[in-house]
Design a protein around this ligand. Sequence first.
Ligand code: AMP
Length: 355
Amino acid sequence: MASACSSSSSSASRFEKIPSTSIRVLRSVESVRRWRKPHLLDHRSVGFVPTMGALHEGHLSLIRTAARENHHVIVSIYVNPAQFGVKEDLASYPVTWEADSAKLAALDREMADDGANLGRISAVFMPTTADMYPSGFPGQEVDSKGSFVTVTPVGEVLEGASRPTFFRGVATVCMKLFNIVQPERVYFGQKDVQQTVVINSLVRDFMLPIEVVVGPTQRAADGLALSSRNVYLGERRRGVATVLHRALKAAEAAYASGARDRETVLGAAKKVADDTLSAQMALAPEKRVKFEIDYISLADPTTMEELTVVDPAKGGILSGAVRMLPVEAPQEGEDLGHSGGPLVRLIDNIILQPS
Ligand code: AMP
């Protein structure tokens, strides 16, 4: 990790930076506070993009938006253990600082030539778990004791039902990060739509003086939502991983053609999922991909409660999660994906805009 950053002895660059850039690498709460203070006094706005690293175009698009709207952009890279369940993929979550710092440097060069930007990437914050949990890490159990922020009922449904500690972990770490960085604006992706509803509630209910900006979901050419977890898929499963997006598109099309009731809208999605699975099961074990739909939801855009009928004046959120199971009968030399191709849980959503 150290090789990607430089700490030169010259006074002009006495701070750790990403090489060939002016992006400061901040590793402690204290260093962020020192970096932040002069911008506050100078009335320079700060936009904050929290991430868990393994950066891709989804993250970069949020950083681009933040640079258009703020004098300074700070990105955090922190894999927060509190939002992983005890049985989830924390240990194998991709940590790719060399590639991440190269992407931030390339984006910074690109942004230097874009006159529409107000600011650039000024800093990246990479805390440790000891920094983020000063009283000690409370653990990943549902009944762990510690200082937590919970946002219910929205944090208990859908993703929260499948991953009971997830939104508690997200809300808690975001509250900590917001208090450290004290940004004017924070940037989140629509890809994690329930997370944006939780963060909006957090900001509103705790009177945080922050504007929440939601950026559109960035997708691969075939429609798969970009995700740091896609590296686990490998080639065989990558081809079928678009099933959730295709299913949600079918539901969106049913709504666009006039359907308003849950059964018809979600029935269209279910048909795509069922047909895709049947086609896979007709293949030989060394060719096929098995998956399980965790849920497909049609929910209210502010509460995420399930809808039986969509009110077009309010719109709705179509969302889902799919478990891509490890491949059967792996072949000699087959690309199974990062960490040997474990079970991968993918999420996606489409917003039915109010008319
Ligand atoms: P993560 O590193 O996965 O925690 O994501 C950090 C931020 O990037 C979150 O606000 C995500 O919603 C956002 N993000 C992740 N994937 C995408 C995507 N494909 N398009 C837009 N934003 C995304």
